[in-house]
Ligand binder design. Structure first.
Ligand SMILES: Cc1cc2nc3c(=O)[nH]c(=O)nc-3n(C[C@H](O)[C@H](O)[C@H](O)COP(=O)(O)OP(=O)(O)OC[C@H]3O[C@@H](n4cnc5c(N)ncnc54)[C@H](O)[C@@H]3O)c2cc1C
Length: 378
């Protein structure tokens, strides 16, 4: 039996539920298909909860502004608490090259109304006295960056999507696609066939695999990233900023009275493994203790690994795909998908219902040929 709807959304992480909500509230019939038994079991359930406006491109700054506005009215609009904490992001910089790059980025942020401030090492010591600032030459801080509860965001969108009429189907894995004359007719799944006018690829780290079902090589790779969380630490309070030690890709933030910390392993090969790499965990914690010495006495209370959904330039792929007229991508957010989920879902709904996203110009994020090169997370 084939079920028919207006839009099928593949993936029940933040991208899928946000897209489903924005489509359904505008009257579209939506069916979301999620392979796992519950929503949010992919990257969305495993992330660090940070949001920032401090980006190096105009489009990412605008996506953050849209999303943070949504987080601010989330409780009222979605009847769901998200524990919003405007603790700020503090970037620590070590090299002249990084200072030069951040000088350009901060100027761009100011053009977009994001009034990031420069801090001297003395200023930084005043903000976070617990840090060892060895080698740090400058910092940037924006007070409207911060933390949000990933599960709250997911649940709020999911329930609001259901209330607006979307069908959220879990334990349904998309296993194939019927493509004819440059368009997708239907997807085959473990629960039968679903036909629709439009299809959204929102499968996070699995987007490359799911893309292949449509005959498309979507350049999204799963890259393991891990986190450790301490038990409560005396003196660590909720206003402790989200600190990013930029050249080490090391970060810390407040979590449940203690510290959550992560560090990217740039030698991590692509793959779906999500067991904690203990060798890397030890290197990570050693670097973390150098920067935040009080961690030496802290008890590690939890640790986990999840997958970034990474594109070659660390920027998402958003909008209609040129290969198939009714297939849309909302994927590849490369480590900043929670913070951009609210905006990306709205823009994907506009792309489908209004023929093109219009609240923000997504031209830089559309399907593109990726140049060879080195990119950094900012
Ligand atoms: C350790 C870590 C820390 C992070 N920290 C931050 C942060 O601080 N701030 C931030 O903004 N972002 C952060 N991120 C990134 C963020 O979590 C992701 O960008 C975001 O969750 C991606 O959402 P998604 O919906 O695209 O993917 P997912 O949440 O992974 O959802 C994709 C869904 O698709 C489903 N699926 C896959 N294949 C199929 C199929 N064939 N059929 C049906 N369903 C399928 C999966 O089961 C999954 O539920 C972090 C990520 C990690 C791993």
């Amino acid at each position: 039996m084939t079920e028919t709807t207006d839009v099928v959304v593949i993936g029940g992480g933040v991208m899928g539920v946000s897209t489903a909500y924005h489509l359904a509230r505008r009257g579209a019939r939506v069916t979301l298909l999620e392979a796992e038994q519950l929503l949010g079991m992919g990257s969305t359930g495993l992330n660090a909860g940070g949001f920032r406006h401090q980006f190096s491109t105009a489009v990412n700054i605008e996506l953050s502004k849209m999303s943070v506005t949504t987080f601010e009215r989330f409780e009222e609009e979605f009847d769901q608490a998200v524990d919003l904490n405007f603790c700020g992001y503090l970037f620590l910089l070590h090299t002249d090259a990084d200072v030069a790059a951040f000088t350009r980025n901060v100027a761009l942020q100011h053009e977009h109304g994001v009034m990031t401030r420069w801090l001297t090492p003395e200023d930084i010591a005043g903000v976070v006295p617990q840090l060892d600032l060895d080698g740090v030459v400058a910092g940037t801080f924006y007070e409207r960056d911060g933390l949000v509860d990933p599960n709250g965001v997911l649940q709020g969108f999911a329930r609001a999507a259901s209330r607006a009429g979307a069908l959220l189907r879990t334990s349904v894995r998309v296993t194939g696609a019927v493509v004819r004359a440059g368009a997708v007719e239907s997807v085959t799944t473990t629960a039968g066939e679903f036909s629709a006018g439009s299809f959204v690829l929102a499968a996070g780290p699995w987007s490359g695999e799911v893309g292949q079902l449509f005959g498309i090589e979507v350049p999204v790779q799963p890259i393991r990233r891990q986190i450790a969380v301490t038990a409560p630490i005396p003196g660590i309070t909720r206003d402790f900023p989200f600190v990013v030690d930029f050249s080490r890709s090391l970060y810390f933030h407040y979590e449940g009275g203690g510290i959550l910390t992560g560090m990217s392993n740039h030698a991590e090969p692509p793959g779906f493994t999500t067991t904690v790499d203990e060798g890397w965990r030890d290197q990570h914690l050693e670097a973390a203790m150098q920067r935040l010495p009080l961690l030496a006495d802290a008890e590690i209370a939890n640790q986990w690994a999840g997958l970034y959904e990474v594109t070659p330039d660390d920027q998402p792929i958003l909008g209609r795909l040129p290969q198939l007229v009714n297939l849309y991508a909302c994927t590849g957010f490369s480590g900043h998908g929670l913070m951009h989920g609210p905006a990306a879902g709205l823009l994907t709904a506009e792309e489908i219902l209004d023929d093109a996203a219009h609240t923000v110009d997504i031209a830089p994020l559309r399907w593109r040929v990726f140049a060879e090169g080195e990119y950094n997370v900012i």
